[in-house]
Write a protein that binds this ligand. Structure first.
Ligand code: SAH
Ligand code: SF4
Ligand code: F3S
Length: 470
């Protein structure tokens, strides 16, 4: 693709994000438009879908009005995420009325959750494809072009799309996502992911390393290895060698010292000392861990089937800081899970107080049909109580974030330049190893995105460090 422009409006990493993009539509016979919602995995999947469509002669467009095929890659994690998608579909309806030949396809987790029901509920949808069925898209498009509604929501035990080389969408040319596994075998009772993404399976290590090497050779300087639970990555290669997540991290780190490695998401029950020591050993493995706690109360954690206790979580945090005193730490928190009392909620606040996260994604519990919690427990916390507890959680975290960022004033960090700052093209922006955004004035030094530069922090907000090149 000649050119890929970027427009990402991100409300939250795992929430409701929206990303149209454009390529050079003149290169191709037909045009497609894709918007992605949900987690990084979904964004990464859209790049696989773009690759499959490319091979079929579809070029990307940023205007859905111009598209022959409009795709929504959807998320089911909370009710609000699904509502956003439905609203978007209603916006497409108007356009389709004037352009009946336009096909509308729904991909991703909501497609998987609702299956053919989607076609009954949203009559204008022509194609429904689940996360493991993207290879069948060309056939489904042909059927839909012939006037037949088409659905494939089969989940697979072994699909990893390992051989498909993703077309990088919305790319800054510096950072990229690389999916290392699919699905999830944990049965957190609140979570719809095991139902929408199926069984956990790991992608062949060789194909991961070669995708990362290829990205490096094309000028990329940072890869984020993606999985719902990266610590349970395990693959036996064709030569009979077992590769666990620590081994995989090491292999990717050895590609080049100038290639940074990040990963998401770690599970508190699974993250090993082995992984922590590998992180500590390699300068280019970023010192940052996203470690979702969900709740600080052991009884609630048990109802959530998280399989760790409050003490286990706090011990993990302690261990991370022992091995890597400078490690950045973030988390996910849910307020108002079934039966949560005020005391349980206080336990969540105190776990936050003890862990001192640099950043957090915070949600109120949203019951998802079909999950274990929906079947077993009553969603008994009133909406206003959930919201009030969430606000308390957010306020506490805002204070912690502000303190964490302020405490960096005076420190010098190595920053990977990702591009000009959004606010001013007189400034660069990039992140430090701890995943904090750093903005600093361009000086007369000849620098480019993809370069590393040392920046001394002179000021901070609760989400950005401001500094100057040293
Ligand atoms: N695999 C990752 C997270 C996947 S979902 C992990 O295990 O951490 C991302 C986050 O969304 C979760 O960590 C959780 O905090 C939140 N979430 C998931 N289901 C939810 C629900 N039903 N209601 C509210 N928040 C939810
Ligand atoms: Fe959902 Fe739990 Fe799997 Fe994360 S680990 S995707 S929260 S079931
Ligand atoms: Fe959403 Fe599916 Fe990701 S439910 S958070 S898009 S795995």
């Amino acid at each position: 693709m000649a050119e890929v422009l970027q427009k990402v409006v991100e409300e939250s990493r795992q929430g409701e994000a929206y990303a149209p993009f454009a390529g050079d539509p003149n290169e191709f016979k037909k045009k497609f438009y894709i918007e992605s919602y949900g987690c990084q995995m979904n964004f990464s999947d859209s790049e696989i879908v773009a690759s499959i469509l490319h091979a079929e002669g579809f070029g990307a467009t940023r205007n859905f009005e111009d598209a022959d095929l409009v795709l929504l890659n959807t998320c089911s994690i909370r009710e609000k995420a699904e509502q956003t998608v439905r609203n978007r579909l209603h916006a497409f309806r108007k356009v389709k009325e004037n352009n009946p030949g336009m096909l509308i396809g729904v991909l991703g987790c909501m497609a998987e959750r609702l299956k053919a029901k989607f076609l009954e509920e949203e009559k204008l949808v022509d194609i429904v494809v689940g996360p493991d069925a993207y290879r069948s898209l060309p056939g489904l498009i042909t059927e839909a072009e012939g006037g037949q509604k088409s659905v494939n929501v089969l989940l697979s035990r072994d699909e990893t799309y390992a051989d498909i080389s993703p077309v990088r969408l919305d790319s800054n040319g510096v950072t990229a996502f690389v999916s290392i596994m699919r699905g999830c075998n944990n049965m957190c009772t609140f979570c719809v992911v095991p139902f929408t993404r199926g069984r956990e399976r790991s992608r062949d290590a060789e194909s991961i390393v070669s995708e990362c090497r290829d990205l490096f050779n094309r000028g990329f300087r940072e890869v984020t290895l993606l999985g719902q639970n990266v610590d349970s990555y395990f693959h036996t290669s064709s030569d009979g060698n077992d590769v666990n997540f620590a081994n995989l991290l090491e292999r990717v780190a050895l590609i080049d010292p100038l290639l940074r490695i990040r990963f998401s998401t770690s599970h508190p029950k699974d993250i090993t000392d082995d992984v922590l020591h590998t992180m500590a050993k390699y300068h280019n493995i970023c010192k940052y861990i996203h470690l979702p706690v969900q709740s600080g109360n052991t009884r609630i954690l048990n109802l959530m089937n998280r399989t760790y206790t409050r003490e286990w979580y706090l011990n993990k945090v302690k261990r991370i800081r022992e091995v890597m005193p400078d490690c950045g730490l973030s988390t996910d928190v849910i307020s108002g899970f079934c039966t949560e009392t005020e005391e349980d909620h206080q336990d969540t606040l105190s776990v936050m107080e003890l862990s001192r996260f640099d950043m957090a994604y915070m949600f109120s519990y949203s019951e998802r049909p079909g999950t274990l919690a929906a079947r077993r427990y009553e969603d008994d916390i009133p909406e206003d109580v959930k919201k009030r507890r969430l606000i308390e959680i957010i306020n506490l975290q805002n204070g912690h974030s502000r303190e964490s960022y302020k405490s960096d004033i005076g420190k010098t960090f190595e920053v990977l330049i990702e591009g000009s700052s959004k606010k001013s093209d007189k400034d660069w922006s990039g992140r430090n190893s701890q995943n904090k955004m750093v903005v600093f004035a361009k000086n007369d030094q000849l620098l480019n995105k993809g370069d590393y530069v040392n920046v001394k922090v002179t000021n901070a907000t609760s989400a950005t460090l401001l500094g100057e090149i040293v």
